[in-house]
Ligand binder design. Structure first.
Ligand code: PGA
Length: 220
């Protein structure tokens, strides 16, 4: 299999202890695993970024970190926000425009463009999510995840032909991007998606929460 990017999106899940258990389990199975030259990225809730960083360093795992969001504002008087400069002390990536943020937090193109700008100015690589081929991708974005809302957390992934169709349109509009797919990917169905034309990787929610299911997905 060609080198791929796997992003574990933990969403608003896991405690400090559960995060530690996750890495301990991965470490205990490390010798049986071949992470190959794949890029494996863990995206925990903000307060767990430092815990995950410690654990990755402790066990010497070839994993990188990603924030699930980034403030549209720089450092300053923005109560409740987490700015890109601070995130960059822990992570190299930030998910921007996830469907759940667009829906529950009413994030629109204007806000998302500001978030992308903050990320890019502060050395964070945006993983920009779109729900369909019509959503605008801000300039400077190099990684775009197509995540159809009906596929997210539903156990019903999009079909391969539709993913290829959307990828083609996204790439034709933004020729320099790499495309990822997310939505109900798990260890059982991952093999259906790895050979999709132009696919560079996956955003994985539910199936990334347990070390076991995440590892079997990576193996498959
Ligand atoms: P899911 O989530 O794998 O649980 O469908 C994917 C995502 O929302 O990133």
């Amino acid at each position: 299999m060609e080198k791929k990017i796997f992003i574990a999106n933990w969403k608003s899940n896991k405690s400090i202890e559960e995060s530690k258990d996750f890495f301990e389990e991965i470490n205990s199975k490390k010798s049986e695993l071949d992470f190959g030259s794949n890029t494996i990225i863990i995206s925990p809730p903000f307060p767990l970024l430092s815990v995950c960083k410690e654990q990755i360093e402790k066990y010497g795992l070839p994993f990188e970190l990603c924030a699930q969001d980034v403030s549209q504002f720089p450092k300053g008087a923005y109560t409740g926000e987490v700015n890109a400069v601070l995130i960059n002390q822990f992570a190299n990536y930030a998910i921007i425009g996830h469907s759940e943020r667009r829906t529950y937090f009413k994030e629109d193109d204007g806000i998302l463009e500001k978030k992308v700008l903050q990320a890019l100015e502060n050395n964070l690589i945006p993983i920009y999510c779109v729900q369909n081929e019509n959503q605008k991708v801000p300039s400077g974005v190099s990684l775009v995840a197509f995540e159809p809302p009906t596929a997210i957390g539903s156990g019903k992934p999009d079909d391969v032909l539709d993913i290829e169709r959307v990828f083609d349109i996204l790439i034709s509009k933004n020729p320099s991007i790499k495309v990822l797919y997310g939505g109900s990917v798990n260890s059982e169905n991952i093999s259906d998606f790895v050979n999709i034309k132009n696919i560079s990787g996956f955003l994985i929610g539910g199936a990334s929460l347990l070390a076991d299911s995440f590892l079997s997905l990576l193996e498959n």
